[in-house]
Design a protein around this ligand. Sequence first.
Ligand SMILES: Cc1ncc(COP(=O)(O)O)c(C=O)c1O
Length: 483
Amino acid sequence: MNRESTPPSLGDISAEEFRRHLHEIANWIADYREHIADKRISPAAKPGAIRAALPFAAPEQGESLDTIMADFERVILPGITHWAHPQFMGYFGATTTGPGILAEMLTAALNVNAMTWRTSPAATELETVVLSWLQQWLGLPNEFSGVVYDTASISTMHALAAAREEASTSVRTLGLSGRSELPIFRVYTSDQAHSSVEKAAIALGLGEHNVRRIASDSEFRMDAKALRETIAADLRKEFMPLAVVATVGTTSTASVDPVSGIAAVCREHQMWLHIDAAYGGGMALLPECDWVRNGWNEADSLVLNPHKMLFVPFDFSALYVRDIERLRDVFTLVPEYLRGDAAGAEINYMDYGVQLGRRFRALKAWMVWRAFGREGLAARLREHLRLAQLFTSWITEDTRFQLASPTVMGVVCFRAISTDDAASDRLNSRLVETINAAGKTYLMQTKLRGRAVMRLGLGNILTTEEHLRTVWRLIRNAADSAA
Ligand SMILES: Cc1ncc(COP(=O)(O)O)c(C=O)c1O
């Protein structure tokens, strides 16, 4: 080795270069947000095209950030679906917020792990604080405590793990297999519930087929009478009813199950009641929507995703459990090398789930909720509800369309009508495909009672009435061309 040559840096880029790129990227983000409405929402890319434009093998030598950023603009950006676009109406609508983006930048800079209190005291304590703020907004009683995960699917899996342990305390240690003394557990949820219930049953060894889908009524709410009958039939066959997952804000129509009635059934059979309020729970912030909280006080657990309705950047899911020690009992397990770090803390969030490493998610919730305040959150939510009702009125006034479900939150399901049901199905699928392919808006199609419908979700703080009018015009134009 030549003694005169400078060894390669073991750090990364120079402080000066970092600062320059930080400013450039900050400007890039500001421009992106300012001009996002001019972007084509869904990319024109063909499957595999982006991968083909990138080298097969990872680089042997490091490359400059200028080169990497140029490729970001040239290859990656054209393959992005712009969820933050004000005319993106997929899923529940999606939003970015200034405070949320800034918080994510700070979180990346800190790069701390919130597994124990000691690994970053502020990350743990801020998590407790934001969970408590949210709990107050939701009006959940003090016996509940929360924990933050990434997604509602993971929250629901943890809730059902606690239910499973409670019904048979030794599953944690002995598992389920080979134990003839154990009954077959059953979980009940509506035919409109999210597939995360089955995913949880798969992961927990309960079995996908032991999730019983209960029929919903004409407004897509679980039929409590059908629930009762299904449980009775299962008991006769010696299945053991374990839990009910009630939904507040279903994925297709945002319908709300009759939680109080379901809670009565759970009480009767000593079953765990989990509420999937991943989307709809945010409505509890509005005093005029107090009805949405009916029966919550009787639940064992409730999940809410603030990244769906409460303006926190993806991902952030809050699970609340009545007497959260029930959850801790299932998962606490401190390996030897963490004993020092775990000792003496009020709370180590690693004890409440499968994952050890945990992102510092609380910072972004704290920054967004402080920047908006409860009033600011409520005002934005009310605007989305107003826009959903406005869109609903346009649908009902236009004879070429019909409403496919009642509009109860920021979701509208509607159907273009053709000569018969089958022709209408084809028309609605085709309309969503052609509208989305044009890149000016993004809708979803779903099936209700076996019929294809179009679905629009509002939730982006950048969406104005003008944007919605444009989307409506695009839909009508597409329907005219298809006629
Ligand atoms: C009602 C409901 N529950 C659960 C989920 C799953 O959410 P996540 O993506 O956070 O797992 C969804 C997804 O949209 C949902 O609509």
